[in-house]
Design a protein around this ligand. Sequence first.
Ligand code: ATP
Ligand code: MG
Length: 567
Amino acid sequence: MRQRTYLSPTLRDIPSDADVVSHQLMLRAGLIRQSTSGVYSFLPLGYKVLQKVEAIVREEMDRAGAQEMFMPSIQPAELWQESGRWDDYGAELMRFKDRHQREFALGPTHEEVITAIVRDDIRSYKELPMTLYQIQTKFRDERRPRFGVLRGREFLMKDAYSFDVDFEGLDQSYDQMYEAYKKVFTRCDLNFRAVVADSGAMGGKDTHEFMVLSSIGEDTIAYSDESEYAANIEIAEVNVRYKPSDEAEKPLQKVDTPDQKTIEQVGAYLNADATKCIKAMLFNVDDQPVLALVRGDHEVNDIKIKHLFDARSVELATEEETVKWMRADFGYLGPVHVPEGVTVVGDPAVSVMRNLICGANEADKHYTNVNPNRDFTFDKVSDIRMIQEGDPSPDGKGTIRFKEGIEVGHVFKLGTKYSEALGATVLDDQGKARPIVMGSYGIGVSRTVAAIIEEHHDEDGIIWPLSVAPFQAHLIPVNIKQDEQKALAESLYTELQESGLDILFDDRQERPGVKFKDSDLLGLPIRVTIGKKAGEGIVEVKYRKSGETVEVHRDDLKNTILEYVNR
Ligand code: ATP
Ligand code: MG
């Protein structure tokens, strides 16, 4: 492609409305332009990358046996009313009326449409299993569209749906998609983890989010530095075998701690480490008082408390509730002499300790030398704390680190939710009608492009992985007005293209500084510079990723590039 007439407008300055690197670089390198909030055009260079990612997704879906199809964006309200989502989906669903005042939605996802098709056209268990997918524009009226194409209101998604006769079949279909997703994101050169997500009652194994580890993102991921373990910090279990303290038990003492409420304050005042303190927090768990105890350097995880009590709601108790339930002063809570009716739950880290400090349920007072099972008892001992960086990985391999994550894909076991709502059944081998068991699987194709840039860039611009680079090499004559350079550039351009390479040829009459700056910004894997040594047939090859440069004779250029590209 000749750059002079190629629509690839670059920007020198960082656009003021772009907060994250990928958004800035996509604008600066001329990959996208905004049309309105959360709605973008992909310019030619950006579209090439989008298509490369799309092709990888398509290849892996096809290889996994999924069948590509294409569904409409316009979806009738009736379908969404049948599933119940016309009301449940809320304001994110983009709705409109046609000229006859009939109601429609622009598809944010396609469970309803695909289930209706399968309902009408699949009759027998013999026709299953089946996985169908499409790559298509989705519409969601996001509350806060932001970060460019990372959270758009119109975006490209691959969505797949599996149909099985039973749950064992679903497990297999799910695993196939899970494996295909790993291949997709590996080929996109992303540092990702399949993160167990909280699917509420289902227990957590039935949904995984594929998260690219990053410094931006809305979720914090706890991952192992040595294994594949990864979980949202909200649900990551703590699996530490605490060594019981071998201190001798000392006599319980009540001490004055005027105005010392937080662990830091009390610790400093009594000259004790946070690990010697008990952090006691009172929760309202479905209207029952629960006193949660963790070590002073730990944090209570209320989601774990929710699961432990199989509760509908868990809230921190109000001051009023605290006074009522604990007959205690707010801010000085502790487990010694807890009134009847209050359930005491301790984290294992607390249960093994001796001679601890805790609130005395009385203003300006703490106990020291508190000993579990002597001065108070637990109703339950269970993992109720947040995992922390430095904890051992729950799978026993490696140490936990934290990172933010960008969700690029999601696999989900739907079960029979949609098939039951829409009446999609098959006859089993006994001739009995059964609801089809479904899974749904999404990849944010446009979001993946941004995630790749988020991971692969430096201060000069993008560094495209070869697998998704819009062109493999950038051919740059330093001075296009110089005959020898121009002639060599033209002949190399033809030759490289003929060998099947996709080349961007900077035939513009720009200053070298401008060309090189643009070239770094666009980030093609290889740059071929044709300069002073053009007469001798010598050109310079520079690799964007390593920064390494070598001089190569024009006769060897093709093979040098091909070797790098086909590694
Ligand atoms: P998020 O929590 O980020 O809103 P989601 O849970 O709503 O995502 P899904 O419904 O599972 O997402 O959609 C499948 C995939 O589509 C997501 O994993 C993500 O990669 C992508 N995606 C979702 N919403 C957007 C958006 N607004 N812009 C771009 N990509 C999106
Ligand atoms: Mg969403």
